[in-house]
Design a protein around this ligand. Structure first.
Ligand SMILES: [Zn+2]
Length: 259
């Protein structure tokens, strides 16, 4: 017996009123009769019956599970290991961990809403030492499957109060890392034209952030958008406007890099 597609299609077009269970039962019997001698087609029959039942009950058809093939982007909060909170701003009002957890949370909300990428927020790193924390992070990232980009959020700090501007660190031999870092740097200047653009910074073994940038398999960037030790930088980034612009800037840089 061929697959009675006309019945299935016809059933799909039926406009059954929400209270019309009587018609549903009639069709239920008819369809069962039709498929009686074709046990191999019972799955097909069940789909049709399910559809009819939903229509009769006034329900929407069950949502079809679509494959989620959005690129995965990990947003990691630097210094979120217990006992490490990173640098403090010059006025003592906040530190890297606290500041960036807020930025990361808003950024992931925006990325999620856009449905363009699949964000994963990683904070509260495990491990007692920096290298243990990086191992923890790398295990987490590897468990996610194919990850398009990992960004770790920081801000810079220096003894010299005149040091200021944005820096984006990448592993020196990563071509994509260089390309993405350049894009972040450019984007930062678009959003904050008065900020000094220190630019992308290639990192080699033994340099700041080397373990993080080298150890993780996907493209990694370490984001240092400003100096918390600079009065003029911090004036921009402590404001509500500065924070929301930073979120928006990261959002655009991420989406444009990975898509
Ligand atoms: Zn840091």
């Amino acid at each position: 017996m061929p697959i009675p597609t006309t019945i299935a299609k016809g059933a799909d077009r039926l406009q059954i009123g929400s209270n019309n269970m009587k018609l549903y039962r009639l069709l239920f019997d008819k369809i069962n009769e039709l498929y009686k001698n074709s046990p191999e087609l019972h799955e097909h029959r069940d789909v049709t019956l399910e559809l009819l039942k939903n229509k009769a009950e006034g329900k929407d058809p069950p949502p079809t599970q679509e494959k989620d093939d959005r690129p995965i982007v990990v947003v990691a909060v630097g210094h979120s290991r217990k006992g490490d909170s990173g640098a403090t701003t010059w006025d003592g009002s906040t530190n890297e961990h606290r500041y960036n957890l807020q930025i990361a949370t808003q950024l992931c909300e925006l990325l999620e809403e856009s449905e363009l990428v699949k964000p994963v927020l990683l904070s509260n790193y495990g491990g007692k030492t920096y290298s243990q924390a990086i191992r923890w992070l790398s295990d987490k990232v590897n468990s996610l499957g194919t990850v398009a980009l990992v960004v770790e959020l920081h801000f810079n700090s220096a003894g010299n109060p005149k040091a200021k501007g944005s820096e984006f660190l990448f592993w020196h031999s990563s071509q994509k890392g260089a390309q993405f870092a350049q894009h972040f740097s450019q984007k930062m200047t678009d959003f904050f034209p008065t900020l000094v653009e220190r630019g992308p910074k290639p990192i080699k073994s033994g340099q700041r952030g080397a373990l993080f940038l080298r150890r993780l398999a996907p493209v990694c960037l370490l984001l240092e958008p400003f100096f918390g030790s600079s009065t003029s930088d911090w004036k921009i980034f402590k404001s509500t406007r500065g924070k929301s612009d930073l979120v928006r800037c990261y959002f655009e840089a991420i989406v444009e890099s990975v898509l």
